[in-house]
Design a protein around this ligand. Structure first.
Ligand SMILES: NC(=O)CC[C@H](N)C(=O)O
Length: 313
């Protein structure tokens, strides 16, 4: 890369500040609707240990579906490849909260990143315990990955989704009928809604994603997951991380990425960078409008993409 990353990030922040179309903030979770659309933040943790940030990089936001990446990591750690008996690994081509495929596919969700799949993953992570045990485990995991003990749950967001999460209740009950949700639905959703309500900044999220750019290693030297598992999680992020817009995201950005309806996106450039962007306004597929644009610009300015040949040095 010839250009300096700091300059590129400053340019991206400036162009996002003046973007005419910021998308629409999620309304179906009332507490999320209160967040102002004007925000934009970006943080890049590089493999050589730099951190480059811009805009509202230190403002906390609801990570929502980005939590599904970390929940999946914990679930495969617990049950290994047995997870794939209960969740598929194919893009769904449908919206994040869709129920249609479940009837024809015996209650087995297409992948762990649509809501139905993440609810099964939450069921696996409960492992017979109360939701607070699973949530405590998830928080400890994120704090360890990011090296930051301030990561916490926004209880107002969790309560808001508990009161309005009718689709998720339908999904969970439907899968329970197929015996693919095994704990009481209220407990599984309690864990799921709280994991979605975890609040993190772009900086914390970029730090937490580093194991996915480092082939499964924590920068402190510890192993979070095996290299093969890290690659597989990245593969699922690329193919399923943006729901029915995953193809478009791969086309425009070329990085494994996971979005959330809070407006965040975690994107990984294996061997190079763990990137978090946040802007609350969403596009029609429920992915951050400016977050996607910013990553597209970052990819084109840096050449970062899993489809570009490796660069020496
Ligand atoms: N796409 C998302 O971020 C969805 C997460 C949200 N908690 C939901 O279940 O609807």
């Amino acid at each position: 890369m010839t250009e300096d990353l700091t300059d590129i990030v400053a340019d991206i922040v400036a162009s996002m500040r003046s973007a005419p179309d910021r998308g629409r903030v999620a309304h179906y979770i009332p507490e999320l609707a209160k967040v102002e659309a004007r925000h934009f933040g970006i943080a890049i943790a590089t493999a050589d240990g730099q951190m480059v940030t811009g805009g509202d990089a230190d403002m906390g936001f609801s990570i929502q579906s980005i939590s599904k990446v970390f929940a999946l990591t914990l679930a495969v750690g617990k049950v290994g490849d047995q997870l794939w008996d209960r969740v598929g690994r194919e893009p769904s081509g449908t919206a994040f909260n869709s129920i249609v495929q479940l009837e024809h596919e015996q209650g087995i969700p297409r992948n762990p990143f649509i809501n139905a799949g993440a609810i099964v993953v939450a069921d696996v992570n409960l492992g017979g315990h109360q939701p607070r045990v699973a949530i405590g485990e998830m928080l400890r995991f994120l704090r360890y990955l990011a090296g930051d003990d301030d990561i916490a749950i926004n209880e107002a967001v969790a309560a808001s989704e508990t009161a309005s999460g009718f689709r998720n209740m339908a999904l969970a009950n439907y899968m329970r009928a197929f015996d693919n949700v095994r704990h009481p639905v209220e407990l599984v959703l309690g864990a799921y809604f709280h994991q979605c309500a975890i609040e993190m900044s772009c900086r914390q999220l970029a730090l937490a994603g580093r194991y996915l750019m480092l082939d499964g290693r924590h920068p402190d030297g510890g192993r979070v997951v095996s290299p093969r598992r890290a690659r597989r999680i990245n593969a699922l992020m690329l193919t399923c991380g943006h729901y029915d817009a995953s193809g478009d995201f791969a086309f425009r950005v070329g990085m494994p990425g996971k979005s959330g309806v809070g407006g965040g996106i975690l994107a990984i450039v294996p061997g190079r960078a763990s990137i978090a962007v946040w802007s609350p306004g969403l596009n029609a597929s429920g992915n951050s409008q400016l977050g996607t644009l910013a990553l597209e610009e970052l990819s084109s300015r840096t050449g970062w993409s899993i489809f570009s040949p490796p660069v020496a040095g």
